[in-house]
Ligand binder design. Structure first.
Ligand code: ADP
Ligand code: MG
Length: 680
């Protein structure tokens, strides 16, 4: 018997070329192939009479040939020909004319007087007719007709039929697929066995069996995921590190220009109490944009420094790292915390020198991008790793950070509001502190949705805001003009605004294709109010702090995910003045409108995420992949939330009872593998 780990090359007919095609679908082994789930199904089980056939609704029907197939050839341009075969079939209810184009071979197998099972829909014609139906002899039906057909993800050169055949071959080679989940769980959650579920997902015998198979496979996927997180967590909590004894931060609090909110203080207290335990911390701080996460991170870094430990503080962009550095250096230097900024745009010799000093322990707090932990930087006594705006970080990266950071504490800060139920599972390897309160005096950001007809009023509003000495962000979905000119490009729009619309205002431009130093210069200038309007792409999405900006206009707003729009909106409303967010879109799609209007209705990111999850699932709110939530093969976070909860409970119980089979452990390792992370 073949093993699931055997290469698909062991299948007859799979040579190097086919193997490469399969590899593009992530299929290398027989086991991978068995878990190449269909992306869809075509239900061909419905059987009707000819009379019941309909246009656009393919169905099966059983009928006999009442005429001989007639084939004739029609010449076409370029010397090619079109071969047309026609004949008539009938059942007890009616007659039907069938036409095959260029299918002489298929049609040649049909014989007058014989009965076949056909599958097709009526052509939109004045007389009942059908073109190129599928068919098989009645006695042998079940391969093409009267079944639920799997539809696989494909790649160039690989046909659905070829995948079906190879899946069948893999099944016969591997024999019965052994069970991975504990038997008790199958009974408890009414799940079919692995072997049954895998067969049914590829070749379902009914919609009910397919649904049961899906449920089982989704459960298993979630189970593996939850178990991986639990093991990650267990592994971390088994480690030890020096307990911090110096956690008195009175001078830090006194140096702040404001009083921390109760929620900020709670998050800091959570962290300080973690520090005293002598176990490496893994904590997620979730707080909506503007909730003041930076100060929580700063407090943690000060505490680490007081205990002789260095902190690596990583931001997703250089601009943000730069901003954090500017803020924290001036705040913390007087407290004796030595700060450094290490970014890719430093000159090589400056960078080398800085690295040397970091390695010698001359800095307590090092700010940089996420490259900080992956590049050649070494620390003399790294005690704390902070990642800001963690929503671009998935489970694999977390595992990697844990592994790299060794005994260092891990603090992850995220502004992506995730419903609590989901967060508890998705971040099962972490402890969570939620900052559910904004600093006092924050006003809600009035949000409006407008279309092009409002352009003039919009421009007047920009003039009004800038005349009051405030600044304005304008976000465009593209950097350069696109071919269709349907999207506003930052470059072009900035130019139009400067030369034609606001010649008396200072318009500047920021986008991701600019060099790091250039971007920083533009941001710094804007923050210093050397420009009135900043036209930008989504590079400003994360963290950038310009309290004097009171208006953000988002062009082609329908192009952005809800989460991203909420993040962008958080760029304003950071000062004392009333702030506004204006979404510009001509898109009248009802789903789009509903999404954009949801944003107008509330400023609360957590509520938005919860509403959105309930309405549509994470597909929209967590639209782009930047959310950092894992993408599952078959499970869907929103649709299968209840199953996710069950799987998590089951995984926790199975781990506690020591019931993880070698196959499950193998799957769990696979999940964390991309991070070069080895479970002990
Ligand atoms: P986040 O990273 O959570 O989006 P920031 O840390 O950038 O938010 O803080 C947003 C703004 O609020 C900053 O200008 C910061 O100085 C200010 N801020 C933070 N905490 C407080 C507080 N307790 N009271 C008043 N202002 C605060
Ligand atoms: Mg922030």
């Amino acid at each position: 018997m073949a093993e699931q780990n055997d290469s698909i090359r062991t299948l007859a007919g799979v040579g190097q070329k086919k193997a490469e095609m399969f590899a593009r679908l992530g299929v290398k082994t027989l086991g991978d192939l068995l878990r190449l789930y269909p992306r869809d199904y075509e239900d061909r089980t419905k059987l009707v009479t000819i009379e019941e056939l309909d246009i656009d609704a393919p169905a099966c029907f059983v009928a006999s040939l009442v005429t001989n197939p007639q084939t004739h050839t029609i010449p076409k341009e370029g010397g090619r020909t079109l071969e047309v075969t026609k004949f008539t079939v009938a059942d007890d209810t009616a007659r039907l004319s069938l036409t095959f184009f260029n299918q002489g071979y298929a049609a040649g197998r049909l014989q007058r007087g014989e009965t076949y099972c056909f599958y097709g829909a009526l052509a939109d014609d004045s007389r009942p007719a059908m073109i190129n139906p599928l068919f098989e002899p009645l006695g042998k039906s079940g391969e093409l007709t009267r079944r639920i057909m799997p539809i696989y993800p494909l790649t160039a050169g690989l046909t659905n039929k070829a995948v079906m055949q190879n899946v069948a071959l893999a099944f016969s080679k591997c024999g019965e697929v052994s069970e991975t989940l504990p038997e008790t769980l199958l009974a408890q959650y009414d799940l079919p066995a692995a072997d049954t579920a895998l067969h049914q997902i590829h070749t379902p015998s009914s919609q009910e069996d397919l649904a049961r198979a899906r449920r089982r496979l989704i459960f298993e996927e979630f189970f593996v995921f939850s178990a991986a997180l639990s093991l990650l967590r267990a592994q971390r909590t088994q480690k030890t590190c020096t307990a911090y004894t110096q956690t008195e931060l009175g001078d830090f609090y006194a140096a702040l220009p404001f009083t921390l909110t109760a929620a900020q203080q709670r998050a800091i207290d959570d962290i300080l109490s973690d520090f005293k335990k002598g176990i490496p911390m893994s904590r997620l701080v979730q707080g909506d944009v503007g909730s003041g996460k930076t100060m929580v991170a700063a407090a943690a870094a000060v505490a680490a420094a007081r205990n002789g430990r260095q902190t690596a503080f990583m931001a997703p962009t250089e601009i943000l790292a730069q901003q954090h550095f500017a803020l924290l250096e001036s705040l913390l230097t007087p407290l004796g915390v030595r700060c450094a900024l290490l970014t890719g745009s430093l000159k090589p010799d400056v960078k080398a020198q800085l690295r040397k000093e970091i390695a010698q322990g001359e800095y307590d707090l090092v700010l940089g991008t996420h490259a900080l932990l992956t590049d050649a930087t070494t620390f003399s006594s790294l005690g704390l790793v902070i990642t800001d705006e963690q929503h671009r970080f998935g489970v694999n990266q977390r595992a990697k950070l844990s592994a790299k950071g060794e005994e260092a504490h891990l603090l992850i800060m995220s502004a992506t509001p995730i419903p609590r139920t989901l967060a508890l599972i998705m971040y099962g390897d972490l402890d969570i502190s939620v900052i559910d309160e904004l600093p006092p005096g924050r006003q809600s950001i009035d949000t409006f949705l407008v279309d092009e007809r409002y352009r003039k009023r919009l421009n007047d509003f920009i003039r009004k805001q800038t005349a009051a000495n405030h600044q304005c962000f304008i976000v465009c979905p593209a950097v350069e003009e696109d071919e269709l000119q349907s999207l506003k490009s930052a470059e072009q729009w900035a130019q139009v605004l400067q030369t034609q619309v606001f010649p008396n205002l200072r318009v500047s431009l920021l986008h991701g294709r600019m060099k790091g130093t250039e971007k920083e210069a533009v941001m710094a200038a804007f923050a210093a109010h050397e420009a009135d309007i900043l036209v930008a792409t989504t590079v400003i999405e994360v963290g950038v702090d310009v309290p004097n900006a009171t208006l953000i206009i988002i062009e082609n707003a329908d192009r952005f995910g809800l989460s991203q729009l909420h993040q962008l909106r958080g760029r304003v409303g950071r000062g004392r003045e009333k702030s506004y967010c204006i979404l510009v879109s001509d898109n009248k799609n009802s789903d789009t409108l509903r999404r954009l209007k949801a944003l107008c209705a509330t400023n609360d990111g957590f509520r938005l995420s919860e509403e959105d999850l309930a309405l549509r699932g994470p597909g929209d709110f967590f639209g782009s992949r930047q959310h950092g939530l894992p993408t599952f093969r078959i499970g869907n976070l929103a649709q299968n939330l209840a199953l996710l909860q069950q799987a998590q409970e089951a995984a926790a119980a199975a781990i506690a009872a020591g019931e993880l089979s070698p196959a499950l452990l193998h799957a769990i390792r696979g999940l964390l593998e991309n991070a070069d992370f080895a479970l002990n």
